[in-house]
Design a protein around this ligand. Structure first.
Ligand SMILES: [Zn+2]
Length: 273
């Protein structure tokens, strides 16, 4: 067993909360990285996942885990009630009843030097990757070289790396200088930042129709890896890095990747024009 304080210090060594604050200052976004529930006592097992859910709580119960570490904040925006009338209220009340500690490492994990965006750049095959938005020794929106290769071939490479289908803009040129941002970076703002940086490709998730239209107009090869697969693939690596740190410090705690977390969407149907 290890004290929660000791476990939090391991987590925050990999994803220091100051990166969340630096990102917020850089783009004005709101985050809720940090301790969400509980925070005292000790446990020998921490379950690691992207999102808090009932299957993850079932798993924590079965394993006797005293703490859950999520990437997406278990509470994001302000909560005014915590009652039985909503699924979110029931979920959080259950976690409280179980006496769990829940910590969320969101933008802090994204932007840390050993964090999600740096890893994502490697998964996307970027060479000489550097963050366009530098935050100390980390950052986000990595830019690097790939290929040059046809956009279709790069899409296939990404699909193999992440184990999921890739949606791309209808641009048939070559890609060589690519910017990448894990999660929901598919906004016009980021498309324009990529163009300003001289990128001919952009990999992210959560692209809206009008963003694809803009990418086609600008002849930017945009590649969408859905938010879940882009980040879920990292949970295994994150868990291994946390266990290595715990081992180095002699902390008697094991981080386990959730086996019950599931993608919240399915792909159905056939080819369309
Ligand atoms: Zn995300």
């Amino acid at each position: 067993m290890a004290y929660i304080e000791q476990i939090l210090s391991i987590v925050e060594t990999l994803s220091p909360p100051r990166y969340s604050q630096l990102w917020q200052q850089a783009d004005g976004s709101y985050d809720n990285t940090g301790l969400i529930l509980g925070g005292s006592g000790e446990t020998g097992t921490v379950l690691v996942c992207l999102d808090l859910s009932d299957p993850v709580l079932d798993e924590a119960e079965a394993l006797g885990a005293g703490m859950i570490l999520t990437h997406h904040p278990a509470i994001y925006r302000g909560v005014k009630t915590l009652n039985d009338r909503s699924a979110g209220g029931r979920l959080l009340q259950r976690a409280v009843r179980m006496g769990l500690t829940v910590y969320s490492a969101h933008l802090s994990l994204d932007a840390a030097p050993q964090g999600l965006n740096a890893w994502f750049a490697g998964q996307c095959g970027l060479r000489e990757a550097r963050p366009l938005k530098q935050l100390e020794d980390g950052g986000f929106l990595y830019l690097g070289e790939v290929g040059p290769m046809p956009a279709g071939s790069y899409a296939e490479q990404l699909s193999a790396a992440f184990g999921c289908p890739v949606r791309r803009s209808a641009c048939e040129g070559q890609v060589s200088r690519v910017a990448v941002l894990n999660g929901g970076g598919g906004s016009l703002e980021f498309v324009h930042l990529c163009l300003e940086a001289g990128a001919d490709g952009f990999v992210s998730g959560d692209f809206a129709h009008h963003v694809f239209l803009e990418a086609v107009r600008e002849d930017l090869a945009v590649f969408e890896i859905d938010h879940y697969h882009a980040e879920q693939t990292f949970v295994q690596t994150w868990t291994e890095r946390l266990n290595a740190l715990a081992g180095e410090g002699g902390a008697k705690v094991t981080f386990l990747k959730s086996q019950q977390e599931r993608c919240p969407h399915l792909l159905c149907g056939g080819e369309r024009r």
